[in-house]
Structures are given as C-alpha cells and as structure tokens.
Design a protein around this ligand. Structure first.
Ligand code: IVH
Length: 683
C-alpha cells in the first residue's frame, strides 16, 4: 500500500476503520451545517452518497458500528440499545395444560380456592406474538414496552406508534386516568408469507415464523422499517388500571373486552364463556376448528376466571396467576419422505431449492412441495434426498420441512449440491458476499424473463387477461418474447402459432395487451419489479410523484419524505432507476405508448371536486386516526396529499409530537392546522 492511500480515507484500499471514521466525521459535519446552522454545503444527493457509503461499510464490517454513528440515529437522536422501563405491575406468564384432564383439574382448583362461588370463565385464542404493555395516561399513549424479564422490558414506543391499529389516543369520552394495557403484537400470516417470499427473492435470510418476524421487527432501531412490515396487535389484559373520576373498574373480563373495543384497541376476534370444565373443553374444541382462519397464529387457548373481583382472591404463584391457564394444541406436523430437490429460478435470478415431497395431509391441506430457501438452510438441517422428514405449515400457511428423522436413515440418502449453472439457461451462477442466495448471472435468462413477464401481466399489476404461465412460457421458449416490452409488438400471426391458441383467443389477448397501455401508473409501477414495490407502495408512489419521469429523478431524500417510504426502500427505488438496463426497458415501454402517468386515465388519486380542491396537504405527527384515513379524507374532499413540505404546501396537518416538518412549515409560512381544526373543516 502506498502512503497516498493511507491519507485518502475514501479510497477503497484505505483500511475500513479509517474510512468509517472519516465518513462519520464528514456526515456529522454536514448534519451540523444542515440542522444547526441551516447552511448546507453539499447537495442532498452528495449527502445521501456519503451516508450510503457508511451504511455499506458498516454492513460489511458490523464491528465498526459505533453507538453514535449517524446510521444508528433515529430522527436525529442517537439510539443505542433500547432504554429499559419497569412495568407498573410485573408481566407474568401462564401455566400450560395439554389435556381435558388438566383443564378439569384447573377448574376444580378454582372451586377449591373459592368454595361455593360461581366461577364464570372466558376462553379466548392464545395469540402467538410478542407480549407488549402500552401505557395510556388520560387516554394518550405515552409508552410501550416489551415484556423483557417480566419486571422491566425494552421501551419501544416509537416502533409501536407505527402500528396502524394501535390508537395514539383512546377513542370515546371515558378514557381512564391510567391504563397499562397488555396484549400481543403480531405479524399477520399473509404479511409474513409476503415478506418471506420477498426476502427469498432478495437473497436475505427468511424468518422461521410470524412470531420471530414480529420480535425481530419490534427490535428495529429504524421505525420506518417497522412501519413497512405492517405489524398488528390484539389486547386482552391489563396491569395498572385507574378509571376516570366517577368511573369504576369493569367487573368482568367480558366487560373489559367491551371497553377495549370502545377505546379503539383491537381485541381477540372471538371469545367464549363457560361455567364448567365440559363447557371449557367445548369452547377449546370450537376454537381449535376455526383458529387457522385468524390472521394471527394461535398455539392454544387461554382460560380465565371472568370476574375481576375473583382475580385478587385467587392470587398468583411467583410465575403465573392462579385465575388463568393456557391450553396448548398439539402442533400439527406430519411425517413424509423427501423425494427430491428441484431448483427454481426467480424474477431476479435467485435460485431457490424446493423440496419435492411424498404428498401428505397436514393442517387442513395436502403438502407436496416446500421451499428450502437456500443451500445453507439445507446444510443446517442436514437434509438429504430420500430422508424421512417432519413437515408443518409455518405461520399456518407456508409448507416447511422442520426436521430430518436421522434415525430413520438407511444409508442410501444423497447429499444435495446446489448447481453451479442455472438449471434453465446454463449460465454460471454466483454468490454475492454476505448473501445466502445464489443467482443466475445471465440477465437474459429465460426463466427470469418468464417470471418477470408473468408478474407484469398478473391481476395485481397490469392485469392482462389471457397472459398466464402457459402462454408466457411458450412465447419465451420460441424466442418471441424477451422482456415485457416485447408484449407490445406481438402480432396475430405469431400468436396463432402457439399451442391451444385459436383466432378468438389471439384477438382477445391482443386487445388485452393493447388495453393495458392505458392502465393507471400505479399498475405499471407495481408490475415492473422494482425492489420493495408492491401494490401499496406503487399506489403511494404514483399518487406522490404522478409520472415515471418525476419518480426517476427523485432523490433518496425526496423518496424518504413520502409517507410509508423508509430509507431502505427509498435507496432501492433510487438505485433501480440508475440501472442502464432498466432505463433502456423504460424507453422501450414509453415508445410502445404505455401510460407513464401523463394520461392519468383511471386516476393516480385524481383530485375530486370538493372544498379542498386546489390545496396541497402534508400530514405529520401523531393523529388519533390512522394517517392513511386522514389522507383519504383530504383526497375525497378534493385535496392533494404530499410527503414533504415546500412552498407549494397549502396546509400542514400537525398531530402531536410533530417535528421537522412543523418547523419547516413555520419557516415557510405554511398554514398549520391541528387535528381539531381539521375535524371542523371536514364536517
Ligand atoms: S392473559 C398473567 N391472554 O401468552 C398473564 N395471555 O404463555 C396473563 N398470550 O404472557 C396473560 N394470548 O404474553 C393472555 N389471550 C391471551 C393471550 C396471552 C397470548 C401470551 C401472553 C402470556 C403468554 C403466556
């Protein structure tokens, strides 16, 4: 190494320690110029580039991350690990039971402890998520904490505030003076399936189940990531509870659930009441029948004495209350044989090994295939072709191989090796450092093209009827189609050659392809395969930027300013538009006459007529209603909603704890409305 390199901290050859030190110092310097002196010396793009370099470096060398690194800051404040908070009342656990006999013993014990009394009971789903305690003071959410060791947990208020179903302010008039409400944060099963599919596609490690995914998400230091993951919650109990003056504690759990509901806190979708062990078991069995239909995972039922006055008299052991117990359902697993491992190639070229199983019935349906995610996962489980394995449905939906029954091996089982060539196009495969995924290196790979075209044509994207897997694979196989732009130059003569294509289907398909040129911008954005961009984000982007051209030139910062777009997403979108292959595809689509937003046919949130017509709004801070609801109200009254404050902003709707946007609006003289002002305007 020559000395010049040593003194050029940005040079890739400089030691990473030196580079990260230098980058941190530079970013701090520019932060100070920007935030404290309002005299930035570099553009947002240049700032973003510095920030990204540091982020990349830290990802490659996690040991270099310091607690005061700008990448660890949330909203400008340094964040180390989470602060610890003491629960006002310890968060206990529950004893478990596994049989009708043990349930009968539980009911007998209650009767023995409260002789001669009626002991009504409630039965409800046991939500398999992450336990959480929220503290509401006079109806306002002031703190949220995980269970931790039961006495003290992590303070995760900022993350909890991103969860749409959790009200920042309790609804209704009779909010208690103080309420420490307890429940479970969970990742809905459908969201879990989507996130894992995306992570597989991006070569990131997948979550084993929705509970792990929820726990990992709540631990994120960046609330934007939490917001993207769309967590949900259910509440079922309380710690400290001081009713409003003149009000009293509810007399039963049943009444408490009613109160929670009235305050806008989500409760379990079903609960049962029972007076004896037989009724409890009947409820447990009924719950067992329907539990797979809930959006959360349940591994059991919770049985509680319904009358709250009986709780204190029943008391608790050091670990769990005596007035409640959990009943655990048998985990549904099945034994089957791993017949083979096939390899699929995804839209972005990731090779995914798939278990081909002897079909077996488990948790309501037959499983014959299960993703094995990647090579490391196969090695970790020591899976060999021919093995007997146990399978289950992760999150009740995704078939998964949980373990190998090694004791049943006969010696003829074969170790699986990931191919070194793409099984479809034979191009060599590569593995990027730090990624578990192996990718096909050929951007023209037919398998990738096929998947991308199918996705583009699918119902949730461009919705081109008649362009399913069978047609797409034939078109790609015979070389008529290489990418989505090719769809727009297909002719009737070419299509009629395909198997099972009559002149009527050809006519319909061509009409559907032509009609898709006028689809609204969000559908095009959803279909292009931009990383992290599904239907919801595509709608948000279309509504915020209006045209592809505007989106293409948006900086990472401008993207981040949009509601629901965090830094990871913003960086990925920005990067996607800087790929020459993408730009050339977009040009071909433009030449084919697709709507890039200019035609705005069925509306990228067109301004309706209404009292807000011609006004542009920005929403910030915490409102009592979800932000999206406020945005819809503005749009349905004719206004536009934007993500960032500028001279063009007419109103800033500022909720509680509004920060930099409020400051900027004040500086620019933008009219600021409280939620109360806003509510008056819309009635
Ligand atoms: S009541 C004193 N109800 O399961 C504890 N807990 O394994 C009273 N859980 O610690 C808890 N669903 O985190 C209750 N419907 C439900 C529940 C539930 C899930 C969790 C909770 C508890 C753990 C015990």
């Amino acid at each position: 190494m020559n000395t010049a390199d040593l003194f050029a901290p940005h040079a890739p050859s400089a030691p990473p320690e030196l580079r990260s030190l230098e980058l941190r110092a530079q970013i701090s310097h520019h932060d100070s110029l920007y935030y404290e002196q309002a005299k930035p010396e570099i553009s947002d793009q240049e700032y973003d580039a510095l920030y990204r370099k540091l982020g990349d470096l830290e990802r490659a060398h996690p040991e270099l991350i310091t607690t005061d690194s700008p990448t660890q800051k949330v909203g400008g404040r340094p964040q180390g690990a989470f602060a610890q908070v003491r629960h006002l009342v310890p968060m206990q656990s529950l004893d478990n039971t596994y049989s009708a006999k043990e349930i009968a013993e539980f009911v007998e014990r209650l009767q023995r402890l409260l002789p001669g009394e009626e002991i009504p009971m409630t039965i409800e789903p046991k939500v398999d998520g992450v336990a959480i305690a929220l503290l509401y003071e006079r109806g306002h959410l002031v703190r949220a904490a995980t269970r931790g060791d039961g006495t003290a947990g992590d303070e995760v208020t900022r993350n909890i505030r991103t969860i749409g179903v959790i009200p920042a302010k309790l609804h209704g008039k009779m909010a208690p003076d103080l309420l420490e409400v307890r429940g479970e944060v969970y990742l809905p099963k459908e969201t879990f399936a989507r996130i894992n599919a995306e992570r597989d596609e991006q070569g990131l490690p997948t979550f084993a189940n929705p509970r792990n995914a929820a726990a990992g998400t709540l631990k994120q230091l960046d609330p934007n990531i939490v917001a993207e993951r769309k967590l949900s919650a259910v509440f079922y109990g309380f710690g400290a509870f001081e009713p409003a003056t003149g009000d009293v504690l509810p007399e039963s759990m049943e009444k408490f659930f009613g109160l929670l509901n009235g305050w806008g806190l989500p409760v379990n979708p079903r609960h049962w009441t029972a007076c004896d062990a037989a009724e409890v078991m009947a409820a447990i069995r009924e719950l067992g029948e329907i539990r797979r239909g809930f959006s959360f995972e349940t591994d059991g039922a919770v049985i509680k004495a319904d009358l709250i006055s009986q709780h204190s008299r029943l008391g608790s052991t050091s670990k769990a209350p005596r007035w409640a117990i959990a009943y655990k359902y048998e985990p549904e697993q099945a034994k089957t044989r791993l017949l083979g491992i096939t390899v699929q190639v995804g839209r972005s070229g990731v090779l995914t090994p798939v278990a081909e199983l002897e079909p077996v019935f488990v948790a309501g349906s037959t499983i014959s295939r299960a993703t094995l995610h990647n090579e490391e996962e196969i090695a970790r489980k020591d899976l060999r072709i021919g093995d007997w394995v146990m399978v289950e449905k992760a999150g009740d939906v995704i078939p998964a191989v949980v373990k190998v029954l090694t004791e049943e091996r006969e010696g003829s089982e074969k170790v699986f090796l990931m191919p070194t060539q793409c099984p479809v196009c034979n191009a060599p495969v590569t593995r990027t450092d730090g990624e578990v995924a192996v990718r096909c290196t050929n951007p023209g790979c037919a398998a990738q093209a096929m998947k991308r075209i199918e996705y583009f044509a699918s119902r949730s994207s461009m919705d081109i009827a008649g362009l399913g897997e069978a047609v797409v694979s034939q078109l790609v196989d015979v070389g008529l189609l290489h990418d989505v732009s090719g769809l727009y130059s297909l002719s009737a003569d070419q299509l009629i050659q395909l198997e099972r294509m009559g002149s009527k289907s050809v006519e319909n398909l061509l009409a559907a392809v032509a009609a898709s040129k006028d689809q609204p911008l969000w559908r095009l954005l959803a279909g292009l395969g931009i990383p992290h961009v599904g239907v919801t984000v595509a709608r948000t982007l279309a509504a915020s930027f209006g045209t592809i051209d505007r989106l293409e030139v948006a900086s990472v910062e401008e993207l981040c300013a949009v509601e629901e777009i965090g830094e990871i997403m913003a960086t990925a979108i920005h990067g996607w538009f800087r790929n020459p292959a993408v730009l050339s595809l977009l040009e071909k689509l433009r030449a084919a006459g697709l709507n890039f937003g200019e035609r705005d046919p069925k509306g990228n949130a067109p301004a309706a007529d209404g009292p807000f017509k011609g006004t542009t709004w920005v929403i910030t801070g915490i409102l009592s209603i979800p932000r999206e609801e406020a945005a819809d109200l503005i749009r349905s009254n004719g206004g536009k909603v934007s993500g960032s404050v500028s001279a063009k902003t007419t109103y800033l709707l500022a909720g509680e704890e509004a920060g930099s946007k409020l400051e900027k609006a004040q500086k620019l003289g933008v009219k600021i409305l409280t939620e109360e002002d806003f509510q008056k305007l819309i009635v």
